[in-house]
Design a protein around this ligand. Sequence first.
Ligand SMILES: *Cc1c(COP(=O)(O)O)cnc(C)c1O
Length: 387
Amino acid sequence: MIPYGRQDISDADIEAVIDVLKSNFLTQGPKVPEFEKALTSITGAKHALAMNSATSALHAACLALGLGKGDILWTTPVTFVASANAGLYCGAKIDFVDIDPDTYNICPKKLEKELIKAQINGTLPKILVPVHLCGQSCDMRAIRDLCMGYGVKIIEDASHAIGGSYLGGPIGNCAYSDITIFSFHPVKIITTGEGGAALTNDDQLADKMALYRGHGITRDKNMMTEPLHGPWYYQQVELGYNYRMTDIQAALGVSQIGRLSEFVSKRHQIARRYDRLLDGLPVVIPSQLDDTYSGLHLYVIRLKLDYILRSHKEVFEGLREYDIGVNVHYIPVHLQPYYAAMGFKKGDFPESEKYYSEAISLPMYSALSEKDQDKVVEVLRSLVSPK
Ligand SMILES: *Cc1c(COP(=O)(O)O)cnc(C)c1O
């Protein structure tokens, strides 16, 4: 099986993990701060908080921004469910803004329309979660300008996008957002097994996320309600969680981050090769915007179904029959039964639904061989024969 995505683990990565296993600390040791320092140094963000997943980091970020019952969070329908679920964990309501049909990212023009409507109706969101789909940044300058005007906070879900850049700055620098989230799941660009991080330039938000990551417990005198009872003393001042990353994971992260630019440039070589090989086929290839450099987590094509004999499902199944692990990113979140039960329905976000009816993620990972890539294209070519 050629998977759609997979990790790339070197001997040095393995050594780094073994070293931790032989050390005194499997968790709460020196590797987590070392990984966090690596994250701030590649992004330029002031703070990075490593956590046990991007989902946890999204949750801690929402809590730090004060999201709660009675509040609203907006995101895109074309994302993994976690981008929206984080808001539900906090008791907030969720709504969506439809995508731009060319980039598949949240559309700033639709966002503006929805913000105007929401202000009139008194339903403005507290937080917007734009998602950099496939690794290409959203139009963050337009999104930031709009959100500032309406007092909406921004969490960038950059789970696909570490190693990319936008307007000359690294994704994760939080130049256009309050907090940025990365995921280190094995299919993503670098991995820690499971893992994620939240980055911010705001000292207070960083302190709050640290609290929510660690049971709501503090050892900082300034955050306590009374003087220390003794050197052992700590206080629980919030209801937090155990969202810590282990040192085993962080060591893998440190080692992987050293290979990040190699990984991303390899992904770009593979993408350019797909672009060439798919030329002339009835498919839409990903658009690369000026002023962005994608992390290229995914390479999504859209089938021009009007010109193709087979259906979307038949082309997908045909690829799978040849052991090509294609996937679809994503089933629009509002159509999931859990969200449909809140009142969302087919037709609510037409661009997202149209995208879903045509999209296929082709295999994309740094270690994908040219031979395997040729096989993917050859099988695809045989399946998209014209009407
Ligand atoms: C993978 C992913 C997540 C969740 O990441 P985990 O680290 O698995 O929790 C959230 N949002 C998006 C867009 C993702 O792709």
